[in-house]
Design a protein around this ligand. Structure first.
Ligand code: CA
Length: 234
């Protein structure tokens, strides 16, 4: 028998929180919730959740700080942030702190359910990809441990960043499109037709870790009109 997936919803607005609890219980999830950041963080680190839905604007401790604190102890924990639609900064900041994805408010519940299903599907069915990635003569990465070195400096990755890197490393012979990354790494359905900056922001984060100069990348290249391509030989 399939164990129910456990979701934690951290949201202070009662109407939204209760609505989300209802929806995810209806979809067969085991749901817990918190209405402030401190309790949310406590539950997140002690509760073994399959996924956490985390609002940005929270009393006591905001969603960014909660995300950051979760990541400090668990690089694997799937997190989807609820950000304000008006704020690009929120989206970039949330993903920079290691959220797997974001949904901008006001959001459609159906869309959020699809995202959750996609992230969970992907977390379960991680395909076999190279465990050791070597780039040029100064970067060496251990995918299982989400860590590596660039020169003398240690680098650490989130699980999602590593998934992107491993996928690109397995396909260095060609450019990989945003859509392919969204379907293969984030687990989205092909026809979901999402407007999202998730991929670009994860690429930017990876560049800061594996490139000597993130603004002039030589390894993680943008191929105009085609996507992203990884070069191992430079
Ligand atoms: Ca809120």
């Amino acid at each position: 028998m399939n164990k129910k997936s456990r979701i934690l919803i951290v949201e202070d607005e009662a109407a939204i929180r209760i609505g989300l609890i209802d929806v995810f219980v209806f979809h067969g999830y085991d749901v817990d919730s918190a209405d402030n950041g401190n309790v949310g963080l406590q539950k997140a680190v002690n509760g073994k959740f399959d996924l956490i839905i985390l609002d940005v604007m929270l009393p006591d401790k905001n969603g960014f700080d909660v995300c950051d604190a979760i990541r400090a102890v668990d690089a694997d924990q799937p997190i989807i942030m609820l950000t304000a639609k008006v704020s690009d900064d929120d989206i970039v900041r949330g993903l920079s702190l290691g959220a797997d994805d974001y949904v901008a408010k006001p959001f459609s519940v159906a869309q959020l359910v699809l995202r959750v299903e996609a992230v969970l599907r992907r977390s379960r069915s991680r395909v076999e990809l190279p465990k050791r990635i070597v780039l040029g003569n100064d970067v060496e990465i251990d995918a299982d441990n989400l860590s590596g070195r660039r020169g003398a400096a240690a680098i650490v990755f989130t699980r999602r960043e590593m998934d992107v890197l491993q996928y690109l490393d397995a396909h260095t012979e060609r450019a990989v499109s945003r859509e392919e990354l969204l379907t293969q790494v984030w687990g989205y359905a092909k026809d979901l037709d999402l407007e999202t900056r998730t991929v670009d922001i994860h690429i930017a984060k990876l560049r800061r870790k594996i490139e000597a100069d993130a603004k002039a990348p030589t390894r993680l290249l943008t191929v105009r009109g085609a996507g992203y391509r990884l070069r191992r030989d430079v």
